[in-house]
Design a protein around this ligand. Structure first.
Ligand code: NCD
Length: 316
């Protein structure tokens, strides 16, 4: 099993075979999670610290549960409420925690690149749980696992990613992953929410939902990231829903068996119709949450194996 990385900072650095290795391992953890006895002991005696500098419910809970199921001692720090308020820099906080000898740091930060910077300063493995608009690798991996299980493959599929692409690290990580495995990616959204020059990434771009969804195997909706907007990106939520909100009528343009995804948290009635989001025949949103725990267990497993392989190495 080859996974030659000390950290998991983004999809960009992963080879296609490493992605497949991780997904295969995650499949085994899905099975474990469905048993009554859910424990694997691979991280027994290891310390995992979750540092979330941005609010999160599902991602933080998912990492916490994944670590506990692997047998690690897990500590979650509410970073907004702690030293950051007292003016300590990100690096000082990291060095302080590093001195307590954690084995895994799970970090979410509002600034792109902050997690990679932190990873250079610590001795343990770091997983990026979302940095600004840059990457959110475990989200793309859990999306990939959900698609692969539902569609029976993860290549030559047409995936429409719709909505607020410009502010989305989820979109970026998904585009990278889906391309590495030779899928066709279509981005759909209003011009104000599509980064300029995005066509250079080898994606198809359209501003029309019906055109974007035509013959899609997968429809991935994104949340309007209002916290990253400073006004003026959409005329109104009502108008946005009318043009870009996913409902049964727009979904009818996709393949008959197309699945509907959303990373959460959802704005019902803004980017997706509530009834459609709950339709278990089309929507795999709850499955994505389940896959999230398994993918994070697999990622921690692979990184912990690498830590064991070079236990005394200290980074500059
Ligand atoms: C995403 C995130 O934080 O980037 N959510 C998540 O991880 N479940 C997407 C979002 O916030 O819209």
């Amino acid at each position: 099993m080859r996974f030659d990385h000390r950290h998991l900072l983004g999809i960009e650095a992963l080879r296609p075979d490493e992605i497949v290795t991780l997904l295969d391992l995650a499949d085994r953890y899905v099975a474990l999670g469905r048993q009554q006895e859910k424990h694997a002991s691979l991280l027994t005696g290891r310390t995992q610290i979750n540092m979330f500098f941005e609010t999160s419910t599902r991602t933080q809970a998912s990492f916490e549960l994944a670590g506990k199921r692997m047998g690690a001692d897990v500590m979650s720090m509410a970073m907004q409420a702690s030293s950051i308020k007292k003016g300590e820099t990100l690096i000082d906080t990291a060095l302080t925690l590093n001195a307590m000898h954690p084995d895994l740091l799970i970090v979410r930060h509002p600034h792109s690149g902050a997690v990679a910077l932190l990873a250079q300063k610590v001795n343990c493995a770091v997983i990026n749980a979302g940095d600004g608009r840059h990457e959110h690798p475990t989200q793309a991996l859990l999306d990939a696992l959900t698609i692969r299980r539902r569609k029976g493959r993860l290549h030559r599929l047409t995936v429409a990613i719709c909505g607020d692409i410009a502010h989305s690290r989820v979109a970026r990580s998904n585009i990278l992953l889906l391309h590495k495995l030779e899928n066709r990616v279509r981005l759909v959204g209003p011009p104000t929410l599509l980064p300029s020059g995005i066509e250079d990434f080898g994606v198809e771009v359209t501003h029309d939902m019906r055109e974007g969804l035509a013959d899609a195997d997968v429809v991935m909706m994104l949340r309007l990231q209002k916290e990253r907007m400073d006004g003026g990106f959409i005329p109104s939520e009502r108008e946005y829903y009318h043009r870009y909100g996913l409902d049964a009528e727009k979904l009818a343009h996709a393949k008959e068996d197309a699945i509907v995804m959303h990373p959460g948290p959802m704005n019902r009635g803004v980017e997706i119709d509530g009834t459609l989001a709950d339709d278990i025949n089309r929507s795999v949103i709850q499955e994505q949450v389940e896959m999230g725990v398994a993918v994070r267990m697999a990622a921690m497993d692979l990184l912990a194996r690498n830590l064991r392989a070079r236990p005394t190495e200290v980074m500059a």
